[in-house]
Design a protein around this ligand. Structure first.
Ligand code: NAG
Ligand code: NAG
Ligand code: NAG
Ligand code: NAG
Ligand code: NAG
Ligand code: NAG
Ligand code: NAG
Ligand code: NAG
Ligand code: NAG
Ligand code: NAG
Ligand code: NAG
Ligand code: NAG
Length: 790
């Protein structure tokens, strides 16, 4: 559950940003005839100097205008003094001289792009800012070494420094304690790392605090026993997503007004303080993902009748959860008990007193029957019941339940069977993988974003209705019995990032028109035929391409391979869920990061020489061309693919020597060159020797460690200089040059002219392959060596 929320965070922020900006725009300039105070105008002008107004946000801030009419400025309509400043989208420096505005009471500089904060004169004249009650500097790109500048702001009630890097501030608690009026303190995402408190100080000034947000920091210490004694009136406490250790101090029970408590995702141990059931107002209780234990939880919950949010999964709690646990919890809206050891005991006809919107019971022991009380929940939007041992459902109730879930449905890793092809699933995220569904795929809604129906036995073709789901970002149909052509659908899914149709019986040709955002394309183990369309090599976002085990034929296209993500080192992608990937030349799926750059064309009927453009894709980590009819030689440019971890060229007709440059592949830990026509000596003195003979067998003319020693006749230095290939000499030199620096090569190869050079080189190589040009290789090596020496 937490991961979902985390990955959506940037979007939420964006949304928030646009809302705030919108809201802010509405409130500009509604007052006109006010005359601005000269001193205020001067202070504002100094503030403006630090700002790089590249977006023209401050175009109204001209000294000819009344400063009370400047964008973001509000004046008191009696005194004409500036009381409020509210600005967004400004880059540059915050000059805290702004606090010298004597009557300023409200300062909102959140969501700007300030990266410098300067305190020039305010140390002396800060007392003027004692009217300030609201200060929001959140969501800027700022770092601060101390918070001492806060101390004169004695009227401050609301302080928000969310997102400011405060990791160097050790005495932050002491600094905020100088603010006797503080009601709300937001220090989330500040990289705070301690609760260090100076014992000689009385923290009485924090006693009026109502809301304290320290979530998403890096606090690794324990919660000191007196921590909850700082303040008694607290209603909201957010400490989630830190690294807080130890037990929950019993002083927590001092907080009798607590309504919102979140301690999720920390390292807390021990049991909950017994009296927690006597916190009568608690509405939000988040303890998810700690190491808390004890069997008193169910009885504790019974009395928390105000609860609307309960998230206590991923702990070591035990005990029996029954309808008694929930009998008074009629306000419950979100229930999360995932990955827990509770024993669930509900009567079959139990009707809960609540109607949930969110229910997370994944990795719990529910089955074999689908928990019938869930059928009574009419407004569920999120349901996660993955890995909960369910095999039996009441067909009608179940169908109507999963059809009405509007956002998120995860029933993966159960034992569900039957035919759901008549259903239309409304959710935008649908995970039904690893069940035993048969029959056709269900219909999905036009809002669908992510669908995973992998590891079932769905058959037939992709329903026509899926064409209307234009927003689909990720589709996983791996390992079913699906068939038919996919051309038409794929061209309609213009937002796709991930398309995995592997291990099915899909047929036809590879779609020409695909989403420009496509990052992962897996068509492995189907019946696709025809050639590989050149358009595929213009998918600049693609970094995982797997077309293995199909019936593809023809040669690899000769064109510029504009697969930018396989060339540059920046993965321009959101963090994604893991997908099934295939590495090390073996057909096993393993859950590893989808960021792995993969190029797999193995087990097709592809032929001809491999385009040199392929070896330009220097970020590839896994390259598999095995079990085809590729011929020609392996160019030395392969040495530039320095991230290569797995290389399989086996069972082709490659020939010639193994390029010396292959020894540059430092990360290689799987190599298979077997069953080709390679000859000559395996390059020595490198880790190429660390692979055993099976990596090289089936190449009768290949020799050297780990195969048999080479006989001396095979080396032929005399013929090296007597080069009859003079016509190609210069182009070889250039090719060698190109092979040298990857950066240079990548830049240079983009030019059409170089392709011509390369082709000429390949022409030469072709003769070499025919056994004419043994000496050519030697020439090449000599040149390479002399290049190294220079
Ligand atoms: C102002 O911002 C623009 C664009 O963000 C940048 O190109 C320019 O260098 C900045 N100027 C100063 C003085 O920082
Ligand atoms: C000052 O402005 C506020 C809000 O615009 C208004 O409610 C109030 O009546 C004004 N006061 C005077 C004295 O004009
Ligand atoms: C502080 O404020 C006083 C009165 O407003 C002014 O005379 C003085 O110059 C200010 N000092 C500094 C360092 O800005
Ligand atoms: C910052 O905190 C204040 C007071 O707690 C709150 O009202 C405000 O909305 C917060 N600002 C943002 C950008 O979330
Ligand atoms: C509490 O706030 C007052 C007013 O700002 C201040 O004088 C006092 O030093 C503060 N107390 C502590 C312990 O910081
Ligand atoms: C968290 O704190 C530890 C030391 O306590 C430090 O090594 C680590 O870099 C910090 N992490 C972040 C993200 O600041
Ligand atoms: C916290 O406050 C409670 C009651 O207000 C008191 O009994 C307890 O001793 C205090 N604990 C600490 C560590 O100050
Ligand atoms: C789907 O609906 C059709 C028509 O309503 C019906 O004939 C068919 O039996 C249904 N299939 C399943 C699996 O329920
Ligand atoms: C390569 O892709 C980029 C987009 O990433 C595009 O701007 C460029 O025009 C493409 N180049 C060619 C030769 O198609
Ligand atoms: C490589 O294969 C292609 C097509 O199969 C063929 O035309 C070409 O002659 C072959 N080249 C070599 C060197 O065998
Ligand atoms: C290869 O040659 C080395 C010495 O040059 C010798 O020790 C080794 O036994 C030989 N290996 C084989 C398999 O002939
Ligand atoms: C040089 O190559 C030719 C043919 O490629 C061969 O006949 C000759 O024996 C070679 N010379 C030496 C010294 O090996």
């Amino acid at each position: 559950m937490m991961t979902i929320i985390t990955t959506q965070m940037p979007l939420l922020l964006l949304l928030l940003l646009s809302l705030t900006t919108f809201h802010k725009c509405m409130s500009i300039n509604d007052h006109k005839l006010v005359r601005c105070n000269e001193k205020d105008k001067e202070t504002l002008s100094i503030f403006k100097k630090g700002i790089n107004d590249s977006y023209g946000e401050l175009s109204t801030w001209s000294t000819e205008n009344d400063c009370c009419a400047w964008k973001g400025v509000t004046c008191d309509n009696i005194t004409n003094r500036v009381t409020k400043l509210d600005l967004q989208s400004l880059p540059g420096e915050i000059n805290m001289c702004i606090l010298e505005l004597e009557f300023l009471s409200y300062l909102d500089l959140s969501f700007n792009e300030f990266d410098v904060i300067s305190f020039t004169t305010i140390q002396h004249n800060i007392t003027h800012a004692s009217n300030l009650f609201y200060l929001d500097l959140s969501f800027n790109d700022l770092q601060m070494d101390n918070l001492e500048w806060l101390s004169p702001l004695s009227s401050l009630k609301y302080l928000n420094l969310t997102g400011i890097d405060l990791h160097k501030v050790t005495n932050w608690l002491q600094a905020v304690n100088t603010l006797p009026s503080l009601l709300e303190l937001q220090l989330s995402y500040c990289k705070l790392n301690n609760f260090i408190i100076n014992p000689s100080i009385q923290y009485s000034n924090l006693s009026s605090l109502l809301s304290l947000d320290l979530s998403y920091n890096n606090i690794t210490s324990q919660l000191p026993n007196w921590f909850f004694n700082l303040t008694k009136d607290l209603t909201e406490l957010m400490l989630q997503e830190n690294n807080i250790h130890g037990e929950i101090p019993s002083s927590l029970l001092n907080l009798q007004n607590l309504r919102y408590l979140d301690l999720s995702v920390n390292q807390l141990r021990g049991s909950l303080p017994d009296g927690i059931s006597q916190l009568p107002n608690i509405q939000h209780l988040g303890l998810y993902s700690n190491m808390l234990s004890g069997s008193n939880i169910p009885s504790t919950l019974e009395n928390l009748s105000s609860l609307n949010y309960l998230s206590i999964g991923r702990n070591n709690f035990s005990g029996e959860i029954s309808e008694n646990t929930f009998s008074k919890l009629s306000n419950l809206n979100c229930l999360e008990l995932a990955s827990s050891n509770f024993v669930f005991q509900f009567n079959l006809d139990w009707v809960p007193p609540f109607q949930l919107s969110y229910l997370f019971l994944s990795n719990t022991n529910q089955g074999p029957n689908f928990p019938s009380w869930i059928y009574t929940q009419k407004s569920l939007q999120y349901l996660n019941l993955s890995s909960s041992g369910i095999s039996l459902v009441d067909k009608n109730n179940f169908s109507s339940l999963i059809e009405r879930i509007s956002y998120y449905l995860d029933l993966s890793n159960n034992f569900l069977t039957g035919d759901i092809s008549n259903l239309t699933l409304k959710g935008d995220t649908l995970y039904l993988s690893n069940n035993s569904y048969t029959g056709g795929l269900p219909n999905i809604s036009p809002n669908a974003l992510k669908v995973d129906f992998s590891y079932n036995s769905f058959s037939g073709s992709i329903p026509h209705s899926w064409k209307n789901s234009k927003d689909l970002q990720s589709i996983n149909l791996w390992n079913n019995k699906l068939s038919g052509e996919v051309l038409e659908h794929v061209s309609d899914w213009t937002q796709l990032w991930i398309l995995n149709l592997g291990e099915n019986e899909f047929s036809g040709t590879i779609p020409i028109k695909m989403s420009q955002y496509l990052e992962v394309l897996i068509l492995r183990a189907n019946q696709f035929e025809g050639t590989i369309p050149t358009q595929l090599f213009n998918q600049s976002s693609l970094f995982h391409l797997d077309l293995a085990h199909n019936k593809l034929s023809g040669s690899m296209p000769e064109c510029i391979y504009n697969l930018t993500q396989m060339i540059t080192s920046i993965i321009d992608s959101f963090p994604r869920t893991t997908i099934e990937l295939f590495i090390k030349g073996q057909d096993y799926p393993s859950n590893i990061q989808s960021e792995r750059r993969t190029f797999d064309l193995s087990s097709n009927s592809l032929s001809g020489e491999v385009s040199l453009e392929l070896f330009r894709l220097v970020q590839i980590q896994s390259l598999n061309l095995s079990h085809n009819n590729f011929n020609g030689t392996i160019p030395k440019e392969i040495g530039g693919m320095e991230h290569m971890e797995s290389l399989d060229l086996s069972n082709n007709k490659f020939c010639g020597e193994i390029p010396q440059t292959m020894s540059l592949l430092n990360f290689l830990d799987y190599l298979n060159l077997s069953y080709n026509n390679f000859d000559g000596q395996i390059p020595i003195g490198t880790q190429l020797q660390s692979f055993n003979a099976s990596s090289y067998i089936g190449n009768p003319k290949l020799c050297g460690d780990p195969l048999n020693n080479c006989t001396t006749e095979e080396e032929n230095p005399q013929n090296a200089t007597a080069s009859p290939e003079n016509e190609d000499d210069d182009s070889i030199r250039e090719s060698v040059f190109l092979g040298m620096g990857v950066g240079f090569a990548a830049g240079f190869w983009g030019i059409c002219g170089s392709l011509f050079l390369i082709r000429k080189w390949r022409h030469a190589c072709f003769r070499f392959v025919d056994g004419v040009g043994d000496k050519l290789y030697v020439t090449l090596m000599v040149k390479l060596n002399s290049f190294h020496r220079n």
